[in-house]
Design a binder for this molecule. Structure first.
Ligand SMILES: [Zn+2]
Ligand SMILES: [Zn+2]
Length: 226
């Protein structure tokens, strides 16, 4: 369905689909979609298609975990769950789209400051500061902000290509998602991927039961947790 929207160039339909998935329409989900469309066109590829052999498929590498990333997941079909999305914890609004066949890719970076100065109305920014940053908005102001944000989102879908820095890149090959055996934890009894199991006195344990730290993707990026 999203494939059809892209083929038809139905950007509004695409943003409506984004709302279903992402929960709202906002500037950065739209910028993620726009960056993906530019990347797919430059590379001459279409959305991720599981009917193609693995070598024919595309892969997305994103450098932030915000609304932009969801825009990329929607438009390219590369998601964290289907192992075609790699998240680099670099904190930049950038997408690299790459072909697995030859690891030729294109990196697209967007400068948020420049976009904001040129396309975000002053009153929308003031409202964002009050509602989101200071959390002082009235319910009315929250809904006004949503409307304004949605309008900016539609504008972002039509951003001229020269608002993006686009460069050809060669990406170091990444292994296709390996399948690991599962091992049962000696304490909780839950099956755990073997590379996440530790052995204590010769018995396998999951990281939680072994009280070891592990990594989690949270709002601020990838962090170590206990
Ligand atoms: Zn958003
Ligand atoms: Zn356990």
């Amino acid at each position: 369905m999203i494939d059809d929207l892209i083929r038809r160039g139905d950007l509004k339909g695409l943003l409506a689909a984004a709302k279903e998935f992402h929960g709202h329409i906002c500037p950065y989900v739209a910028i993620g979609i726009r960056a993906s469309l530019i990347g797919m066109e430059r590379l001459g590829v279409s959305r991720l298609n599981f009917e193609e052999s693995i070598e024919e498929r595309i892969m997305a590498i994103v450098e932030c975990n915000n609304c932009f990333l969801d825009g990329v997941q929607i438009a390219t079909g590369c998601t964290v769950g289907n192992n075609s999305m790699v998240y680099l914890d670099l904190g930049k609004n950038a997408l690299t789209l790459v072909k697995r066949k030859d690891w030729e890719g294109v990196r697209i970076y967007v400068d948020s400051d420049a976009i904001r100065d040129r396309y975000f109305p002053e009153e929308a920014l003031a409202l964002f500061d009050k509602v989101v940053v200071r959390r002082e908005g009235t319910p009315e102001e929250v809904s006004t902000l949503n409307e304004k944000w949605e309008q900016i989102g539609y504008t972002m879908l039509e951003l001229p290509e020269d608002e993006f820095q686009v460069q050809s890149v060669k990406v170091a090959p990444l292994e296709p998602a390996p399948i690991f055996r599962s091992v049962r934890c000696s304490s909780c009894g839950e099956l755990t991927m073997e590379i996440r199991v530790v052995h204590v006195e010769g018995r396998p344990y999951c990281l939680r039961c072994a009280k070891r730290s592990f990594h989690a993707v949270i709002g601020r990026g990838i962090e170590e947790m206990q």
